[in-house]
Design a protein around this ligand. Structure first.
Ligand code: ADP
Ligand code: ZN
Ligand code: ZN
Length: 711
């Protein structure tokens, strides 16, 4: 058999598997032309079928030909994915030390990568191509935002792509915004700009102007706007549709129904959608005309994937821009210290919007020491007074607490029993369901880590005492307290328990916008992006848990959160105040917050990190191991560490230790931290070390995380 002359007979196929780079399959004669690199196939794996992507084709295989199985089907209707996308994903896979298949397959919409053969054979792609974009997505927005806020849905049919829903003229940029826009315009080719400005300083307007210019510049140009969460900011898609009338928009996020998401994805991949807005996964979408990227709220932890391949969409957006030689903008009121440092060293260009667009003083910050005060329902006298005053002025108050549920733990006073989770090193949280409109309230215990649920015991499992009580307070109990304190006020709660009911979160937000809510109470879901016009009083019930955490990033997160929460007040120019209940009011973090001086906070943090040898001055990787017994996990890490008896200079492997939460869902967990002052030697080491670790024996599961956010 002459290899040169013979047609391809084998395909090397990428599958979502942690081992092997690609797998050989035999092609039938009629499969050869459609099975080009980048094509989609269905192949047998074990006793089932899987969707895979063709990495390459060839006329021979190194495997035993007898054992090579046949490609079940080539999905000829599917878009052939481009080589430069595979090259980028190859970079992602290399950076995170995963296989290309583990990165590439999960990047495809779920509906298209699950292989029920019937669906694959029917022309699912053709149907998706005919599907109007925006219809479902807008209906969803409508449901979320409430009818008053929503745009009218697009009429179905071919004209949908071009239909402006109320087109809207953009505001004229103020001089600071113009300067920032001019800075963005200067970039030709790859450049990272960090757009820093307090909430309400007009960052979004700057991006939108810039993206409009980029899209106008070339008929096939595409722009990618990455945002932390879309579900909570239904106004964003409405704004984009109004502003980019006539520009086909694709929306990519996990809350869309599967088919809808697949249709949007396909439009983006085929270049039919020109503006693509999405959450972290969107960065892994092949976009043929990509000309510009914006990462809004770039500091937000939700850009980091927390399972599977733990990639940072922010970091990969920068890597993608570099590969495509295009500009990328990172925007935030509180940039990550990594980005802030990059701006200081000149790697990124810093563009600043120093003032809020609508003049109006920044809210006044008051620190309230809860000690020796007559606390009622967790609120100090001054706090209660401030809320009353806002209500008396006909304004809104927001009461923030980052702990959902009724109470963090159920407790027996007689013997000290606590509602520990049987599977985790954590307590089960007391939750209440129902209780409205005469229906009896029901209580249950739930673990926020493993999801495990149990009934509230009739009597203490420890001593039989029937008088069990809640300890501490979550948002549900706080809401009860507020209702008791302010019986006349209209009170609405927003947290993940509320948001679980489809459309409920949007309804709360819309009601607040319509002025139908006097007191909003809830978790950080309330902190993001909302623009409540009459909100003038913000209360942070307890700021202390974030101040003295073992996690060195805790102050950074707390500062960002408090800036964001504080930024909800006084948006429309009302005099406003932020009350923070803390026992550590003298902490310098609050001084910087009072002056809304991110730079001062960031520079102080960076100085501390520099001295302590922490990121961004150090690069880290974290190996996590889980096993039935903690000793097994620790022993495995010990062996792994011994494999690196002689690590390269500068690289440190720390001692294996139990994870901060050592037991989760019945598994014991331990970790080993690696660090180096530069990335290259760390990655070079991992490339040699990880395969050796993989060959170790032990009844454990392990994974490596690069640039971990939580250690
Ligand atoms: P950020 O993204 O920094 O929080 P936005 O761009 O959302 O700020 O602007 C805050 C508010 O000010 C929005 O309601 C926006 O429409 C409005 N706005 C922004 N720029 C201008 C401008 N130049 N003139 C008038 N209003 C503006
Ligand atoms: Zn007891
Ligand atoms: Zn649990």
């Amino acid at each position: 058999m002459s290899a040169a002359a013979s047609p391809p007979a084998y395909a090397r196929v990428l599958l979502d598997l942690p081992v092997g780079e690609a797998f050989d399959y035999r092609l039938g004669p009629d499969q050869v032309p459609p099975a080009v690199p980048g094509a989609w196939v269905v192949v047998p794996w074990g006793s089932g079928q899987r969707v895979g992507l063709v990495a390459s084709v060839g006329s021979s295989t190194e495997l035993d030909e007898e054992r090579v199985r046949e490609v079940t089907e080539v999905l000829a209707d599917a878009p052939v994915l481009p080589a430069d996308w595979f090259a980028f994903l190859g970079f992602v896979a290399g950076y995170y030390h995963r296989t290309l298949g583990e990165v590439a397959l999960p990047a495809l919409p779920k509906r298209l990568r699950t292989p029920p053969a019937a669906r694959a054979r029917g022309s699912v792609f053709a149907r998706l191509r005919r599907r109007p974009l925006g219809h479902e997505a807008d209906r969803q927005d409508t449901a979320r935002a409430g009818a008053a806020d929503a745009q009218a849905p697009a009429p179905a049919g071919a004209a949908h792509l071009q239909t402006p829903r109320r087109p809207e003229a953009p505001p004229t940029l103020n001089p600071h915004q113009q300067a920032a826009l001019a800075g963005l315009r200067e970039a030709s080719g790859f450049r990272v700009s960090l757009l820093h400005g307090v909430t309400g300083s007009g960052k979004t307007e700057v991006y939108l102007h810039w993206l409009a210019e980029v899209l106008a510049g070339r008929p096939d140009a595409q722009a990618l706007l990455l945002v932390p969460e879309i579900g909570l900011t239904p106004q964003l898609t409405g704004l984009l549709r109004a502003r980019f009338a006539g520009v086909p928009l694709a929306v990519l996020h996990s809350e869309l129904p599967d088919a809808e998401r697949a249709a949007h994805w396909l439009a983006a991949v085929e270049g039919r959608a020109r503006l693509v807005v999405g959450t972290r996964l969107a960065v892994l979408t092949p976009l043929p005309g990509l000309a510009a990227i914006v990462v809004d709220e770039e500091h937000d932890a939700s850009f980091k994937q927390q399972e599977g391949v733990r990639y940072s969409a922010r970091d990969m957006a920068v890597a993608l821009a570099a590969r495509r030689d295009i500009p990328v903008v990172l925007g935030s009121a509180t940039p990550s210290l990594e980005s802030w440092r990059a701006a200081q060293t000149g790697r990124y260009r810093l563009l600043s919007l120093p003032d809020r667009v609508h003049a109006g003083a920044w809210p006044r910050l008051r620190r309230i020491d809860p000690r020796r005060q007559a606390m009622v329902h967790g609120l100090a006298p001054d706090t209660r007074q401030a809320i009353s005053d806002a209500l008396a002025r006909g304004e809104q108050a927001l009461v923030f607490m980052n702990r959902r549920g009724f109470a963090p733990v159920l407790h027996c006073e007689a013997c000290g029993w606590l509602s520990a989770c049987e599977h985790c090193a954590a307590f089960r949280v007391l939750h209440r369901d129902g209780g409205g409109a005469g229906a009896p309230a029901r209580y249950r215990l739930q673990c926020h880590h493993c999801g495990g649920q149990s009934r509230v015991p009739r009597a203490c499992p420890g001593c039989g005492n029937v008088d069990l009580g809640p300890l501490g307070r979550g948002t549900q109990r706080l809401e009860d307290g507020l209702r008791e304190l302010y019986p006349q006020a209209r009170i609405a709660r927003l947290d993940r328990d509320v948001a679980r009911h489809r459309g409920a979160a949007g309804e709360v937000i819309a009601a607040a916008h319509r002025g139908e809510v006097d007191i909003l109470v809830g978790t950080q879901m309330l902190a993001k992006g909302h623009d409540f016009q009459r909100l003038s009083c913000v209360v942070v019930v307890d700021a202390d848990s974030g101040l003295f955490s073992a996690d060195f990033r805790a102050p950074e997160r707390l500062f960002a959160l408090l800036m964001q929460v504080a930024g909800r007040a006084g948006r429309a120019g009302l005099a406003s105040e932020v009350l923070i209940q803390t026992r550590f009011g003298q902490h310098p973090l609050f001084d910087a917050l009072a002056r809304h001086d991110f730079a001062a906070f960031a520079d102080a943090q960076l100085a501390e990190r520099h001295q302590a040898g922490l990121p961004p001055f150090m690069h880290q990787a974290l190996m996590r191991v889980e096993a039935r017994q903690l000793d097994t996990a620790l022993a495995f890490l010990g062996q792994a560490r011994e494999l690196a008896a002689d690590p390269p200079a500068g690289l440190t492997l720390f001692d294996p230790v139990p994870m901060p939460m050592a037991r989760l869902a019945g598994r014991e967990r331990a970790q080993l931290l690696l660090e180096a002052p530069a990335r290259a030697p760390l990655h070079a080491f991992l490339r040699e070390w990880l395969p050796a670790v993989a060959s170790l024996k032990g009844a454990v599961r392990w994974q490596i995380e690069i640039d971990p956010l939580e250690i």
